[in-house]
Design a protein around this ligand. Structure first.
Ligand code: SF4
Ligand code: SF4
Length: 448
């Protein structure tokens, strides 16, 4: 994307969606059926077209009403509408712009402001704070307190709390933080040198997924560097209208990989990847970082995208399972990657792959949406699990940690207890089953 294309966006960052982007909508309605909230509610103002109409009105002087805020809050920012739109309306940019502007005017209680400050400025950007929170979560879960709280029925006093608690992730010890700053050698001849961005919360709650990602990359001839100075990608900040905080985090991540001479920068989280690939947009107005951001973005790859683009090491054992795939919105709609994860799954020996209907409709996860809009998220999830059950799959594969949590809750609450796995975990299992028969173990944990 040329920088000149981005100037209207930059100019209007924080002042609402760009008028030039809003004007691309011709109100045809072809996006309506791709919108999970419209599918659930059938309400025009909760459809992409309706939201664009409201953004346009506010941009042109209409007052910000509680109804406007509510319709925007109910949007998952899944960008299903962006894929469906034949006119190229950049809906993701529109909703981010609208939320950034709203953030400046929205009335918030003191406790809400303090809570947000703690999450976005205190917790997510700080490795120390995340590790302390992770240790607390681990103690709560490992001590049996979580079981006790769940069985006591205390959560049912407020049904919303029970729904949110059901989505809480498991702290996985050891945390992946002990691998940050290290380099892992390829198995066999070196084909690529890659940087792995491990996320923020994922280092605590998806530590095993991160390890599996490193092992699969090693299996495919990658020297994997986990840059020491990396931090949160800023996606949650950006989706919550905190563009300046997101820019700060983006600069840190760019500095963390500068001079590393990498063939690719890898993430296993589609939600993060979508934002990481937009650092060029985010920093297009920053003279000092603009070119570095363009270089960074050009190297950024989702792990499934990277693996599907190379000659995959076929040395896998057989896995006997029926597998279906749920598109992660930020991969399918944000990054336009739909074939890569399916191609990888179909390359695993023994797997029977079955496509579910409407696999590219959001599962209701959407960052923290399933917490802040729990009721709608659960309604969407119920519909999703009905699609899954049609495939009779025992494994639901996906490509984003947030979707994994949501689908795990879906399998437990509305499904048949299906197993949920990231695509790289499926590959890792196939490699490990082959490795265990040949005793050739990849050197995960070694330091170069
Ligand atoms: S981003 Fe998703 S929820 Fe929001 S309007 Fe588009 S399709 Fe609907
Ligand atoms: S966003 Fe696109 S598909 Fe939806 S109404 Fe506007 S032009 Fe039509």
């Amino acid at each position: 994307m040329a920088v000149s294309d981005l100037l209207p966006v930059l100019h209007e960052l924080g002042t609402g969606p760009a008028q030039s982007d809003l004007d691309k909508c011709v109100h045809c309605g072809l996006c309506l059926n791709a919108c999970p909230t419209y599918r659930q509610l059938g309400v025009e103002m909760d459809s992409p077209r309706g939201r664009i109409y409201q953004m346009n009105a506010v941009k042109n002087g209409a007052p910000v009403t509680p109804e406007y805020i509510q319709h925007l809050d109910l949007c998952l920012a899944c960008r299903g509408c962006e894929t469906a739109c034949p006119s190229g309306v950049p809906y993701g940019r529109l909703i981010e712009g609208a939320r950034a502007a709203l953030e400046k005017q929205r009335p918030r209680s003191l406790s809400n402001r303090l809570f947000r400050r703690f999450i976005f400025r205190g917790l997510l950007p700080s490795r120390t704070a995340l590790q302390i929170a992770g240790a607390g979560l681990y103690a709560y879960q490992a001590s049996g307190l979580q079981k006790l709280v769940r069985s006591s029925g205390i959560l049912n006093i407020w049904s919303k709390l029970a729904g949110i608690e059901a989505l809480s992730p498991t702290a996985q010890v050891p945390f992946f933080y002990n691998k940050i700053g290290r380099t892992f050698p390829p198995l066999g001849e070196r084909r690529y040198r890659v940087a792995f961005l491990a996320g923020c919360i994922a280092n605590i709650t998806f530590a095993r997924l991160n390890e599996a990602t490193v092992r699969v990359l090693q299996q495919n001839g990658c020297e994997v560097v986990i840059p020491a100075a990396q931090n949160c990608c800023g996606a949650l900040h950006l989706h919550s209208g905190l563009a300046e905080e997101a820019q700060k985090l983006a600069r840190n991540n760019i500095d963390a990989i500068e001079g590393g001479n990498f063939d690719a920068i890898i993430t296993n989280a589609a939600g993060c990847g979508s934002t990481l690939k937009e650092y060029d947009e985010l920093l297009a107005g920053d003279v000092a970082y603009r070119d570095k951001a363009i270089r960074f973005t050009s190297l950024m790859k989702d792990v499934t995208e990277f693996l599907a683009s190379i000659d995959l090491n076929p040395n896998m054992g057989s896995l006997d399972a029926v597998v279906t795939y749920q598109d992660s919105c930020h991969l399918a709609h944000g990054q336009k990657i739909k074939d890569a994860p399916r191609k990888l799954l179909k390359q695993v020996p023994g797997i029977t792959y079955r496509e579910m209907p409407k696999a590219d409709i959001c599962c209701g996860s959407a960052g923290v949406y399933n917490i802040v809009q729990n009721e709608m998220a659960m309604d969407i999830l119920r519909s999703k699990m009905a699609s899954v059950s049609l495939t009779k799959a025992s494994v639901i594969a996906t490509a984003n940690p947030g979707c994994m949590l949501q689908l795990e809750a879906g399998a437990r609450l509305y499904g048949a207890g299906q197993r949920v796995a990231h695509v790289v975990e499926v590959l890792d299992e196939a490699y490990r089953s082959q490795v265990s028969s040949t005793k050739e173990t990849p050197a995960l944990g070694s330091t170069v």
